[in-house]
Write a protein that binds this ligand. Structure first.
Ligand code: DMJ
Length: 470
């Protein structure tokens, strides 16, 4: 049973859809013409549209790939990351099903996960991805349901992942064998090393086993300790020597969520060390990586020791930044950064993986259904109350449906200029993209925003629940 911190979605769906963001429902458009709704009436209806589209993709996953890690939406076949399923999509989707008020689906999915998911497998898994998607998903669903079996699964998984931290530096190896505990791949990056404490820390608080918190926090500290004298990080680091193997500094893929977790771990665990690391880090990021172009705020690349600008590229992953800035209280930078993200989206009607913001030329045209830009619109809307961000979200949703929807499901784009689809539908579509769309258009009662911290895969962790355990 979901309780007050995670109230089920309001079922009082309105009949009127917002014309702006209803590209596929002609019935709804006709209804909108005869009876224009007030803003308050229209918003839940838009959330209902998001839920319909979520179900469109979810039902396709169930029909063609149930029990597998993910659906390949064009070929309508299934895909398992490591040859054997870890139930990636159901675990990633479970808390979204609950938040959307899809109780029967959620109950069936939870029962199937508990019956079928086992981590006793002779496979090497990527610690970062398994932590954010599976450990995060199980912990969030446990907090919502109080189903002890979910926590047991999380505890088992966390225990099997722990050997990654057995490096000379305490910075985790990238891969671990879930059965044997053997590790591999000593070259990692700040995001993979430092995006673990929300999940491992929560597991510690919920199980009383301190080791999870200690290991993940040390990893974060060991990376921070190796920042350059001007406070920047590089792109790659060797976990055995502690040496940087790539000194390119930026806020994109491979570093992004390291910064996110410094801030969020301070807020979630009231951890003053994380606060100090966050303040030191964001100061350097804003000094050396931030790049003002007119009223827009971009974040480019610099060499980590000298701080000189090396590239003026920015992309879909960097779009997490306005959310983090807003959560930190820096609303002014968050707004200017979100305007840059919006320009990136509207350039070709949907955002590319990367562009050069000085020339506004796309340098990587893929769109793998990423959520970050929507997440940032949601944070800015919740923290400022400015309806501009819901309108921005309306544009994102309209384009997202127009270009990524297939007859069966949703598909990533190979290229945002040609709008050519590709055979990928990542589980974060369910965990994040649809969740942030839904929450952006929902009543604030759908989720108590001020009392949760989302992990980087959008699995909400209740702050109060953890603090009550102290
Ligand atoms: C997700 O798995 C997480 O949000 C991660 O932090 C970055 N990549 C994807 C979404 O883009």
């Amino acid at each position: 049973m979901i309780d007050a911190l995670f109230p089920p979605a309001s079922r009082s769906a309105c009949l009127i859809l917002l014309v702006l963001i209803s590209p596929v429902s002609t019935t709804a458009q006709k209804a909108a013409k005869v009876a224009p709704a007030s803003t308050e009436q229209r918003i839940p209806a838009t959330a209902t549209r998001v839920r319909e589209e979520f179900l469109h993709a979810w039902n396709a996953y169930k029909k063609y790939a149930w029990g597998h890690d993910s659906l390949r939406p064009v070929s309508k076949t299934s895909y398992d990351w490591y040859g054997q399923s870890l139930w990636m999509t159901p675990v990633d989707a479970l808390d979204t099903l609950m938040l959307m008020g899809l109780k029967r689906e959620a109950d069936q999915t939870r029962a199937a996960i508990i019956q079928n998911l086992s981590f006793d497998k002779d496979i090497y898994v990527q610690n970062f991805e398994i932590t954010i998607r599976l450990l995060g998903g199980l912990l969030s669903a446990y907090q919502m349901t109080r189903d002890q079996r979910l926590l047991n699964l999380a505890d088992d998984l966390g225990t099997r992942l722990l050997p990654v931290f057995n490096s000379p530096t305490g910075i985790p190896y990238r891969f671990v064998n879930l059965r044997t505990g053997k590790v591999r791949e000593a070259e990692t990056n700040p995001a993979e090393a430092g995006t673990l404490l929300i999940e491992f820390g929560t597991l510690s608080k919920l199980t009383g086993k301190k080791i999870f918190y200690e290991k993940a926090k040390r990893a974060l500290e060991e990376v921070h300790k190796r920042r350059s004298h001007i406070g920047l990080l590089g792109s790659n680091i060797n976990v055995e020597t502690g040496e940087w193997t790539n000194t390119d500094s930026h806020i994109g893929g491979g570093i992004d969520s390291y910064y996110e977790y410094l801030l969020k771990c301070w807020l979630l665990f009231d951890d003053e060390d994380c606060k100090k690391m966050w303040v030191e880090s964001i100061t350097a990021v804003n000094r050396y990586l931030a790049d003002e172009v007119g009223p827009k705020l971009w974040y480019g690349h610099a060499e980590m020791n000298k701080g000189n600008r090396t590239q003026t590229t920015f992309g879909a992953l960097e779009a997490f930044m306005p959310a983090v800035l807003a959560l930190s209280g820096d609303i002014a930078r968050a707004k200017r950064s979100q305007e840059a993200c919006f320009a990136m989206w509207t350039l070709h009607g949907i955002e590319p993986e990367e562009l050069d913001y000085r020339t506004m030329k796309v340098t990587n045209g893929a769109y793998p259904l990423r959520p970050e830009i929507i997440e940032s619109a949601y944070y800015l809307y919740r923290l400022t109350g400015d309806k501009h961000y819901r309108e921005m979200g309306g544009v994102f949703f309209r384009d997202f449906v127009s270009y990524c929807r297939t007859d069966t499901a949703y598909a990533a784009l190979q290229d945002v200029i040609e709008k050519k689809k590709t055979d990928r539908m990542e589980s974060f579509l369910f965990a994040e993209t649809f969740k942030y769309f839904y929450l952006l258009f929902s009543s604030p009662r759908a989720l108590d925003f001020k009392h949760v911290i989302f992990n980087t895969e959008a699995h909400p962790i209740s702050i109060h629940r953890l603090h009550r355990l102290h």
